[in-house]
Design a protein around this ligand. Structure first.
Ligand SMILES: [Zn+2]
Length: 210
């Protein structure tokens, strides 16, 4: 969950279940060398940031309902919630969103942003553009499996092609975007020639046109 989700959504929900928490936080802050509430909240968030918002809220309700033991001391609540969520989410470990300490979304793979798929120019469009020197109309894109862990977890249909930076050019936006088209033409002009033994005959048939 993001910091905003933690602060504005999960925390109020959790406090509605365990109503003594705000007074406990306030008491800590009032003590001469006690931690500020915001610092405590940041620590709590550090424990919970890898947990999905809905899972965390559900865990709070389950803890409140006595489905698992409330730990002694409020400062152990985040770990108990995380543990309650971890058990049910262990299988999704590799796919779950990551956040840094300030609650900004981060990615393990900047190529696919952790969804395992890389959108590229379609090989047929690349071949046309290479032949004629301009991007054909209509132009097509395709989706290739990324080379990262998330790509490994994408379902394999036949020999789903893997992204290879020598053979495919990722792009964002729209196939009719002039800047993207120019990037494609530049890439074609600068790429190394593809040797026939590297060419995969299944490549085109396995891709999806948009
Ligand atoms: Zn990736």
């Amino acid at each position: 969950m993001t910091w905003d989700e933690f602060r504005n959504d999960w925390y109020p929900e959790h406090v509605a279940c365990f109503t003594g928490i705000p007074a406990w936080m306030a008491k800590l802050e009032k003590a001469s060398d006690g931690p500020a509430t915001r610092d405590v909240m940041k620590r709590w968030y550090g424990v919970l940031r890898d947990v999905e918002l809905d899972d965390a809220k559900r865990a709070s309700h389950r803890m409140h309902a006595g489905e698992f033991d409330e730990p002694k001391g409020f400062d152990r609540h985040p770990a108990a919630i995380r543990k309650a969520c971890g058990v049910s989410r262990r299988n999704a470990e590799a796919n779950k969103p990551r956040y840094d300490a300030d609650g900004n979304r981060t990615y393990a793979c900047l190529l696919c942003l952790d969804d395992g798929l890389v959108r590229c120019w379609h090989p047929a469009t690349v071949a046309d553009a290479a032949k004629t020197g301009s991007v054909p109309f209509p132009a097509y894109s395709c989706v290739l499996r990324c080379t990262c862990n998330a790509g490994d977890q994408q379902p394999q249909i036949g020999q789903s092609p893997r992204f290879d930076s020598k053979q495919a050019l990722p792009f964002s936006g729209c196939v009719s975007d002039r800047k993207e088209q120019q990037r494609l033409l530049d890439w074609i002009a600068n790429r190394e020639p593809i040797r026939p033994e590297n060419f995969e005959p299944d490549f085109e048939s396995q891709t999806m046109a948009f």
